[in-house]
Design a protein around this ligand. Structure first.
Ligand SMILES: [Zn+2]
Length: 477
């Protein structure tokens, strides 16, 4: 055996000790690193501040290391813990748990409490950790639903018509009026929680469907009250539209340029008449969400002068092509014709919320008159306003035309409440406005809406919806 010189033996020993120290230090820091691995992260949306009779949340748990194996949610009040959730899982990195906390059923009492989320992961740590909540937040238990007083409402609501509801909400944060599946925003009016909402009944609103005011508070407590209105039917006309190949040729090219020439034109037309019409309805509802919280309008709405009404609100149209009925649709406005490229006046004071092409409506302007009330002008050949412009009653918005699904030059005019079309006849009529909007306001002790009209005598008198004189005799759509 070769003899190792003492110098080398000394070096080996130092090396051995060094390696040993390194191994121990490395293992220790590895253990410390494992021990200090963060636990489960918790987020709750919306952030819980109030717990009511049924408060919905979505809790998201995310393990920083390993997987989640347990999750508990408790509400601690006066030293006692009410269990909201106890969940074991086989292991998931991320858990999304929808929760509805039922404050009363849990036996909680009104006042302060702590909401705690406890979560365990399966990540190995060398030392046992003290159990503590992964998240803990103060909440207020509120089990009292808002109270609603319906102060006044339009007495008779008609299919395809509008009305007003005035009510007072105490202890609520939001309130709306529901008519079947439709909801209408409400706006503060006067003091002490008084609110008002304009409502529209679609032309096919099922009689007997309740119209209710609903209110909710931040704790998710809700209340609702029916309104004392009588819902009445209205009859609408029907009409037949004959589709010619030349019309289809022009309109399919304009509204569906991607339509393949190998496919029949009528297929393209049906796509426009159904899908594009639906798309326009959705767009009208979307635009309706941008509305002033007070009335911008003043006095009755203006019907353009010297126009002939040749199509009424909510007319059901049968579309006939080559002798066969190919479609049925409902016309949601008034068609008003005069000379070609006539000036289009704003029906009332407001703010422009939409300009541009709107599928079957062609070039369109929508004006917001506040409180969800809007007017729409379709088939324009030119537009002279832009979104955000404040307009006065009678101000020129553009010129009539035949863009969109129009057969000849005319104005398609609609009045909308919350994006739902109602008959413009009501808003053209000062007496209707007084009887159906003014009266409930008066009963509730509120001032008239749009009462700021300078001098009614100087405003153009509303003309009747009946056909008047026309300089164009040909029928158009
Ligand atoms: Zn029309």
């Amino acid at each position: 055996m070769p003899v190792v010189p003492p110098r080398f033996r000394w070096k080996t020993r130092v090396l051995g000790v060094g390696v040993g120290v390194l191994v121990i230090a490395g293992s220790l820091s590895y253990l410390v690193w494992r021990q200090s691995a963060p636990g489960v992260r918790v987020s709750i949306t919306p952030p819980p501040r109030f717990i009511g009779r049924a408060t919905p949340f979505t809790m998201t748990l995310e393990a920083a290391r390993g997987n989640i194996i347990r999750a508990d949610v408790r509400i601690v009040q006066g030293g006692a813990a009410a269990v909201v959730l106890k969940q074991s899982t086989t292991g998931a990195r991320r858990l999304e748990v929808p929760l509805t906390v039922q404050g009363a059923a849990l036996g909680l009492t009104e006042g302060g409490a702590m909401l705690e989320v406890w979560a365990t992961d399966d990540y190995w740590r060398p030392w046992r950790r003290d159990p503590r909540a992964a998240a803990s937040m103060p909440v207020t238990i509120d089990l009292t639903p808002p109270s609603i007083d319906v102060l006044a409402a339009t007495q008779y609501l008609y299919q395809g018509g509008g009305g007003l509801v005035v009510f007072r909400v105490t202890g609520g944060d939001s309130a709306e009026v529901r008519a079947g599946a439709l909801t209408y925003q409400s706006f503060p009016a006067g003091k002490s929680g008084t609110r008002l909402a304009l409502v529209a009944l679609p032309r096919d609103f099922a009689l007997g469907t309740p119209v209710t005011v609903t209110a909710s508070d931040e704790a998710g407590n809700t209340a609702s009250r029916g309104i004392p209105a009588e819902i009445r039917p209205r009859r609408f006309r029907s009409d037949t539209i004959r589709l010619s190949d030349s019309f289809l040729q022009i309109k399919v090219a304009e509204l569906l340029p991607q339509h393949p020439p190998s496919q029949p034109l009528i297929d393209g037309f049906l796509l426009i008449n159904r899908d594009q019409r639906l798309h326009a309805e959705e767009e009208k509802r979307r635009v309706a969400r941008t509305t002033a919280d007070h009335a911008l309008w003043a006095g009755p709405f203006l019907q353009p002068r010297n126009t002939k009404v040749f199509s009424n609100f909510a007319e059901t149209r049968a579309y006939v092509y080559q002798g066969k009925v190919v479609d049925h649709q409902v016309h949601l406005g008034y068609d008003l014709a005069s000379v070609k490229q006539s000036p289009v006046p704003a029906a009332n004071r407001g703010v422009v919320t939409f300009t541009g092409p709107l599928t079957i409506y062609g070039n369109t302007v929508i004006i917001d008159h506040g409180l969800g009330l809007q007017s729409l002008y379709g088939h324009l050949s030119s537009i002279e306003v832009k979104p955000g412009d404040a307009v006065e009653k009678g101000q020129e918005l553009g010129r009539t035309g035949s863009t969109g699904l129009a057969m000849g030059d005319h104005l398609h005019f609609e009045v909308l409440i919350g994006g739902v079309s109602v008959t413009p006849v009501e808003w053209w009529d000062a007496k209707w406005i007084h009887d159906h909007i003014g009266r409930p306001l008066e009963q509730a002790g509120l001032p008239e809406l749009g009462g700021a009209e300078a001098r009614p005598a100087t405003n153009p008198a509303p003309t009747s919806a009946r056909p008047g004189r026309s300089r164009r005799a040909d029928r158009q759509r």
